[in-house]
Design a protein. Structure first.
Length: 132
């Protein structure tokens, strides 16, 4: 996810840079920067505002976007992954459920990648139809 979606000052910086670039590509010569030094001067003069100077609506919007996109989890990813591993192991013991168990194990790996090195051998056996 681009940083500009979560950082309002970065968004303003991006907008400012886009405006500068747009001015550089204007079709009318009078609308463009006359020299590269003029462009450099505008770039050098820009300073982002500190986060403390941002209006509350911008920072609360960032929090809402993060929560909506799933970045604010009520429990750590490792505990979610551990639950998925437990479910996968339970499923693997049921007849005809190895495929589903393997899928759950893959989901756990995606949530907590370090699990892969610990349990990938079990997943490979399950994918081959071997119950452990």
């Amino acid at each position: 996810m681009p940083k500009t979606l979560f950082d309002a000052s970065a968004e303003r910086g991006f907008t400012f840079c886009r405006a500068l670039a747009g001015r550089g590509f204007q079709s009318e010569s009078g609308d463009r920067y006359p020299t590269s030094m003029d462009l450099l001067k505008d770039l050098s003069n820009w300073k982002p505002r500190p986060a403390s100077a941002l209006p509350e609506c911008e920072t609360s919007l960032c929090r809402r976007i993060k929560k909506c996109l799933g970045h604010a989890h009520p429990q750590p990813m490792s505990s979610m992954a551990d639950k998925l591993v437990d479910q996968a192991i339970s499923l693997s013991k049921q007849a005809g459920k190895l495929g589903e168990a393997a899928d759950l194990m893959e989901e756990a790996f995606n949530k907590w990648p370090s699990l892969r090195s610990e349990r990938e051998h079990v997943l490979k056996l399950w994918r081959r139809g071997i119950v452990t």
